[in-house]
Design a protein around this ligand. Structure first.
Ligand code: NDP
Length: 243
C-alpha cells in the first residue's frame, strides 16, 4: 500500500471548459488556490483575470484543437481535464424540436467527447491523466422538460466508464460529478415555483454552492482519489440518493 496524503500535488496543467463563470469558474479558482497552472476556455464575453484563458467552443473540434495547442505551448500537455461546459434548452417532449435535442447533446455530450479525445493524446504521452465530467442529478433521476439535457448528462457516465476500461491501465482516471441544484445563472432562470419544488425535495433543504462542487472535483483528481475511476459522485444534498 502506498501512503499518500497530498490532496493534489501542484503544479499540474489543468483545463476547465466553460471556466469563465458559474461552477466552472469556481472549479478553476479551487485549482488555482492549490497552486496549479489553470487554463480555462470561454465561449463568449470577457475572460476572467488570473487564468490562462483561451476562447473555444466545444461544438467545434478545430476550436478545441487550437485551444489545446495554445495551452500545450504555454504549459505542456493538459494533465487534469474538467469537462464542465454545458447548456439547457428545456421544454416538454411534445414541444421539443429535434434541433433542441441535438444542440444540447452536441454541447454537453459530444462536446465532452471532443475535449476528452483531444486531451487523451497528452495523457498517454505524460502517462498521467485525470478526467472529471460534470454531469447532473438529472442525468440519473430524470426531469420533466429536460429529456435532451438528461440524455446528454447520463451519456457522460458511459464516456467515463468506457474510458476507464480503455485507458485505466495507463494511470488515467475518469469520473463523473453529478451536482444537484447549485446556485448559478443556469438555475437562477428557473421559475420560482420550480425552485421551491426542488428545495422541498432536497434532504439538505438548501441549494448547493459552486464552491461545494469545486472542492469535490479537485479532490477527485488528487492523489487521495487516485484509485477511484468510473465513479459517479453526487454533490446534491441527498436529492438523487439511490439513483
Ligand atoms: P452556466 O450557464 O453558469 O455556465 C455554463 C458554462 O458553459 C459557461 O461558461 C458557458 O460559456 C459554457 N458553455 C456553454 N456552451 C458552450 C460551448 N458550446 N462551448 C464552450 N463553452 C460553452 O452553468 P453552470 O455553471 O450552472 O453549469 C456548469 C455545468 O454544471 C454544466 O455542465 C451544467 O449542466 C452542470 N450542472 C449545473 C447545475 C446547476 O444547478 N447549476 C446542476 C447540475 C449540473 P458562455 O459564458 O460563453 O455561455
Amino acid at each position: 500500500m502506498t501512503e499518500n496524503t497530498t490532496e493534489t500535488p501542484a503544479p499540474r496543467t489543468v483545463l476547465v471548459t466553460g471556466g469563465n463563470r458559474g461552477i466552472g469558474r469556481s472549479i478553476a479558482e479551487a485549482y488555482r488556490e492549490a497552486g496549479h497552472n489553470v487554463c480555462i476556455t470561454y465561449r463568449s464575453g470577457e475572460a476572467p483575470e488570473g487564468f490562462f484563458a483561451v476562447r473555444a467552443d466545444v461544438t467545434d473540434s478545430a476550436s478545441i484543437d487550437e485551444a489545446f495547442q495554445q495551452i500545450e505551448a504555454q504549459f505542456g500537455p493538459v494533465e487534469i481535464l474538467v469537462a464542465n461546459a454545458g447548456v439547457t434548452k428545456d421544454t416538454l417532449l411534445l414541444r421539443m424540436k429535434e434541433a433542441d435535442f441535438a444542440d444540447v447533446v452536441d454541447t454537453n455530450l459530444t462536446g465532452a467527447f471532443r475535449v476528452v479525445q483531444r486531451a487523451a493524446k497528452g495523457f498517454l504521452r505524460k502517462k498521467f491523466g485525470r478526467v472529471v465530467l460534470i454531469s447532473s442529478v438529472v442525468g440519473l433521476y430524470g426531469s420533466p422538460g429536460q429529456i435532451n439535457y438528461s440524455a446528454s448528462k447520463s451519456g457522460l457516465i458511459g464516456i467515463a466508464r468506457s474510458l476507464t476500461r480503455e485507458l485505466g491501465s495507463r494511470n488515467i482516471t475518469a469520473n463523473v460529478v453529478a451536482p444537484g441544484f447549485i446556485d448559478t445563472e443556469m438555475t437562477a432562470v428557473l421559475p420560482e415555483e420550480t425552485q421551491q419544488q426542488y428545495l422541498d425535495s432536497i434532504p439538505a433543504h438548501r441549494f448547493g454552492s459552486p464552491e461545494e462542487v469545486a472542492r469535490v472535483v479537485r479532490w477527485l483528481t488528487g492523489d487521495d482519489a487516485g484509485y477511484i475511476s468510473g465513479a459517479v459522485i453526487p454533490v446534491d444534498g441527498g436529492l438523487g440518493m439511490g439513483h
